[in-house]
Design a protein around this ligand. Structure first.
Ligand code: 5GP
Ligand code: MN
Ligand code: MN
Length: 347
């Protein structure tokens, strides 16, 4: 990092008032692990900090040390908290982790006071640098890696609780150290974290190898929607609200289903379409080698990484599906043209 950015971060830390630590909606292991690492580290340094989510914590991450006093801000749900405007805390400083753009933090944005100082820590190529200070490294495997690099640059020691939080981010965003973002540095970093007391077996057991029954019931229903397109290069799955009801599943139980679409032999792009309770269509894109899905997602107002990206589209479902499919097929045609011209495809 530039010394000036580190200096500015030090003065941010020296400021007054509690720090809000938050992440993107539908948080994954990297989002929650990075959030936990930051909030625990701030507190150990004597800085008052609060971790907020805008929906209840996904159960498989309940081992994370910071969740014992995680706050849920869910004013518009059936059980609103806080009950009135007066009860809404307003933070004059905040750190957002793993959020590619400001709209990804959802209703947490309501917790910021006017003119609040925002620090943005992330690793998405599509990051919009929405913070006053931006620590963004698209080369990093995970936001946890960016957080760890930042703490190291500040000369900070980390304890076992911070280590297990960071480890969760590396583990989940590399798909268990299998995706293309798995580097020699990732293994050097996690070996340090393990030396600090992390149990890789325990974390993997919770974060990767525990499936809920609703997830499996949903998988059975979703597989009924499996379709191949573009001569088998694209596979799609769909999860509707009716399927969620039938499986007695929550929206988060669809997490990971898109992996089955991508995993099919010969498939280059796997797509999952999900109907949200608000009636919007969430699309998850996963690519195997050649298609940069972050660019496709960006066309629909979303973003992400080259191999994993997402966006939210307007209903109806069938129209959203058709639009995304034709964008993916167009990207495949472009690759084929490039390969005919002697570049790109197959490299
Ligand atoms: P998922 O498909 O698991 O929701 O998201 C895959 C990746 O794309 C994640 O890294 C996620 O942060 C990013 N992503 C998903 N949806 C959006 C979106 O609507 N906007 C942006 N900017 N990134 C997204
Ligand atoms: Mn994430
Ligand atoms: Mn991430």
């Amino acid at each position: 990092w530039k010394e000036r950015d580190l200096e500015e971060f030090r003065s941010f830390l020296a400021g007054s008032g509690p720090v809000l630590v938050a992440t993107h909606v539908d948080p994954d292991g990297d989002a929650l692990g990075s959030q936990g690492a930051i909030v625990l580290w701030l507190r150990r340094r004597g800085i008052s900090a609060e971790a907020y989510l805008e929906a209840p914590l996904p159960r498989r991450f309940s081992y994370l040390p910071h969740v014992s006093d995680l706050k849920v801000y869910a004013r518009t749900d059936a059980a609103p908290f806080p009950p009135s405007d007066e009860g809404v805390p307003r933070f004059s400083r905040a750190i957002f982790v793993d959020a590619a753009s400001f709209d990804r933090v959802g209703r947490i944005a309501e917790l910021l006071a006017d003119g609040a100082a925002v620090v943005n820590i992330d690793h998405h190529v599509t990051n919009t640098r929405f913070g006053k200070l931006n620590f963004v490294n698209p080369e990093a495997s995970s936001s946890a890696e960016v957080v760890y690099d930042l703490l190291r640059s500040l000369g900070e020691e980390i304890d076992a609780d911070v280590a297990v939080s960071l480890y969760t981010g590396y583990l989940t965003d590399t798909g268990g150290f299998r995706f293309r973002n798995t580097s020699a540095k990732v293994f050097r970093d996690v070996s340090e974290l393990i030396a600090r007391g992390v149990s890789p077996a325990d974390v993997a057991e919770y974060a990767l190898d525990t499936l809920t029954l609703p997830h499996l019931r949903l998988l059975r229903l979703a597989l009924g929607t499996l379709r191949l397109h573009a001569e088998g290069l694209v596979a799609t799955l769909t999860v509707t609200q009716a399927m969620l009801r039938e499986a007695d599943a929550a929206y988060e139980d669809a997490e990971g289903l898109v992996g089955y679409a991508r995993a099919i032999e010969g498939v280059e792009v796997g797509i999952l379409f999900r109907e949200t309770t608000e009636g919007a269509i969430r699309v998850s894109l996963r690519s195997r080698r050649n298609v940069d899905v972050s660019r496709i997602a960006a066309r629909f107002g979303g973003g992400g990484h080259a191999r994993a990206a997402g966006a939210t589209l307007a209903p109806p479902l069938a129209q959203a599906e058709a639009n995304v499919l034709s964008a993916v097929e167009e990207a495949l045609r472009e690759l084929r043209r490039d390969s005919a011209a002697g570049e790109g495809y197959g490299t």
